[in-house]
Design a protein around this ligand. Structure first.
Ligand SMILES: [Zn+2]
Length: 213
């Protein structure tokens, strides 16, 4: 049996869960319109969502961000730092578990802030910020427009460590970030949004994407 060092109530690797099973948690993926398993999210439904939110029509072209594929399968990685159950693809989940265990051996604690996010979840995050009075341009520098977030892929995680404010650039100054810079590549994880990245996304030292071992 594998143990996932994420803390929280799902400490043991208890087998795979299907996307359908996850639907009960509200964490999961598709609305009726989003494309089939493994496909990119349905482009016309994404366009409709973007129109509703006021995302500029040339968003994809202008940022160079690709539409993300919806994963066929997600597995639980246990609870995040806020106690919310999170999911990744099986491969990304295994790699993350291994990376977290190896960091722990070096005395570094890596904690999950966010992992898989559905298109609907992304829409809710953006609507909340719009309701707070932020403009869509401000918001999409911090949160990718629905359909374009790497979190839809089930391969991206936001990480933090005790003592750091989650999802803040100060994470760059932590031992955890130094460890990730040195070792994450060995587990297949890559920093997606370095400083001055070409996508116009803010520097995100906490955001790592599994790209395969
Ligand atoms: Zn992220």
């Amino acid at each position: 049996m594998r143990r996932l060092p994420f803390g929280g109530r799902t400490a043991e690797w208890s087998g795979r869960r299907t996307v359908e099973a996850n639907a009960r948690t509200g964490t999961v993926p598709r609305n009726g319109q989003a494309g089939g398993s493994g496909d990119s999210v349905n482009e016309s439904s994404i366009q409709a969502i973007h129109r509703e939110l006021g995302v500029p029509e040339d968003y994809g072209r202008r940022t160079g961000l690709p539409l993300q594929a919806i994963p066929d399968e997600l597995v639980s990685i246990g609870d995040d730092v806020s106690g919310r159950e999170r999911f990744l693809t099986p491969d990304a989940a295994s790699a993350l578990a291994e990376m977290i265990a190896n960091a722990a051996v070096d005395g570094v604690v890596l904690q999950v802030v966010s992992a898989f996010r559905s298109v609907e979840y992304q829409v809710r995050l953006i609507k909340r910020k719009l309701a707070e009075g932020q403009t869509i341009d401000e918001i999409t520098r911090v949160l990718a427009a629905p359909g374009f977030s790497e979190h839809h892929s089930g391969c991206a995680v936001d990480l933090t460590t005790p003592g750091a404010q989650p999802v803040e650039q100060e994470f760059e100054g932590t031992d955890a970030f130094a460890w990730l810079r040195a070792h994450a590549g060995r587990f297949g994880f890559v920093l997606s949004y370095p400083r001055d990245n070409p996508y116009g996304v803010i520097y995100e030292p906490w955001h790592w994407r599994y790209r395969g071992g």
